[in-house]
Design a binder for this molecule. Structure first.
Ligand code: HEC
Length: 401
């Protein structure tokens, strides 16, 4: 596919994906919030709860009622297209943007030597195979042990991330886990939530009474969707957080983020009945931040020993996002900078230069003055972005990289 077409799809599908996801998740969070805040009244058997909401210059008087065959309102609004559109546009983006360059966007050549189609198989297999397992798992008796079941499932997800981390680059690991969990959410809607609601409507139309139990299975799937919402949103945004996905401890960081966001959502949900909710919410945030900061400052065991200035440079390299483009292997986005110092580079105009200190400084501070052959001039000039000290640290790091 031509790069112009890839750009076109990237813009169109990404935009649709974000808008649909906002509509879906916005609805979903609002419905859960209403569910939690419904008031009870005893004088009406068919009333499950009610509430009043101020919006747009008027009061919405909302009632949640049991459905009666003779009182099925018309029109009755169903909510599923936001979910399906989110998944379909996300999958289209995956195929047109990531799969067309799977070897560089998904794989990490320094971890494993695999062809691009292997990355595509792993990605698709992870999403569809993952759903198959997830569905089987929650159909089993384990669903009766919610907390244990959820903890075991959490461990499986982290194991999945660790396995992906042996072949995918850091950014792709976060993305793939996010896509897999996000796909569970849509599949829950498609295979469980909507079919159960249809079953309920069918029974009502056949003259049977509203059986609240029919919704129970669907409700469990809604609940699991609800709790993975926050982690999925984070993982979908994580391409902007190279400091996290680029860390040697990225899987640990991923585990902390998923676990703490689920706990934080739980605290938000039980705030009306659980007094210390705010303390636990902030405690979770502080603990998670502390673990992540500690992980970012701990070298992974296979990291080379660097001198203190180079070590600072290594931090700057991920903090300001150099590694978002320079990924430890030649990619279509940017050249590999490993062992760059002293090597000969070919520039776009055909000349050859030796990457000495002056070249590195110029490449970073005035990146548009010399362009490496085969690459677009997309690197921003860092002259006004970083301090002289940071430039020295980066160069010290690149000399030993
Ligand atoms: C938006 C993506 C992007 C970011 C972010 C980025 N670069 Fe680059 N970089 C490139 C591209 C593309 C090239 C090759 C084209 C060129 O020479 O400008 C390049 C080239 C270089 C080169 C010369 C490489 C060679 O093969 O001779 C160095 C050195 C370099 N970058 C260092 C850095 C450092 C340090 C940072 C962070 C401060 C950084 N880059 C951030 C995209 C990026």
């Amino acid at each position: 596919m031509s790069s112009e077409l890839i750009d076109f799809f990237n813009i169109i599908f990404r935009y649709i994906h974000v808008v649909a996801a906002i509509m879906w998740i916005g609805n979903s969070l609002l419905f859960t919030w209403m569910e939690i805040n419904l008031l009870q009244r005893d004088d009406d058997d068919n009333l499950i709860g009610y509430m009043d909401m101020l919006h747009g210059g008027g009061v919405f008087h909302l009632q949640k009622r049991k459905l009666k065959p003779d009182t099925i309102p018309k029109p009755l609004h169903w909510f599923y297209w936001q979910s399906y559109t989110t998944w379909l546009s996300g999958f289209a983006l995956l195929v047109t943007f990531f799969f067309t360059r799977a070897d560089t966007l998904l794989l990490d050549a320094s971890k494993a030597d695999l062809p691009g189609y292997a990355a595509i198989l792993i990605s698709v297999g992870g999403i569809f195979g993952g759903w198959f397992l997830f569905d089987l798992y929650w159909r089993s008796p384990l669903k009766n042990y919610l907390v244990t079941g959820a903890i075991v499932w959490f461990a499986i997800v982290i194991g999945y991330a660790a396995a992906l981390d042996t072949v995918f680059n850091g950014r792709a690991v976060f993305l793939q886990v996010g896509m897999t969990l996000g796909s569970f959410m849509t599949a829950n809607v498609f295979f469980h939530i909507i079919p159960n609601q249809k079953k309920l409507m069918k029974a009502l139309l056949a003259g049977e009474d509203h059986d609240l139990k029919v919704g129970k299975a669907a409700k469990f799937r809604s609940l699991s969707n609800h709790y993975i919402t926050f982690p999925v949103i984070f993982l979908m945004l994580s391409a902007h957080f190279p400091v996290l996905y680029g860390s040697g401890h990225n899987v640990l960081i991923l585990a902390v983020i998923i676990g703490s966001l689920i706990l934080i959502k739980r605290m938000m949900n039980i705030r009306n009945t659980f007094k210390p909710w705010l303390a636990i919410l902030f405690g979770t945030f502080i603990t998670a931040t502390a673990i992540i900061v500690a992980a970012l400052n701990t070298k992974s065991s296979d990291a080379p020993q660097l001198d203190p200035v180079a070590l600072e440079g290594q931090k700057v390299f991920s903090q300001i996002g150099c590694n978002a483009c320079h990924q430890g292997a030649n990619t279509s986005i940017a050249p590999n900078l490993q062992e760059i110092f002293g090597s000969t580079r070919t520039l776009a105009d055909g000349t050859e230069v030796v990457a000495d200190e002056a070249y590195l400084r110029e490449s970073i501070l005035e990146s548009t003055s010399k362009i490496v052959a085969g690459y677009p001039p997309t690197m921003p000039p860092y002259k006004t972005i970083i301090s002289d000290e940071q430039a020295d640290q980066l160069i010290a790091f690149l000399k030993e990289y």
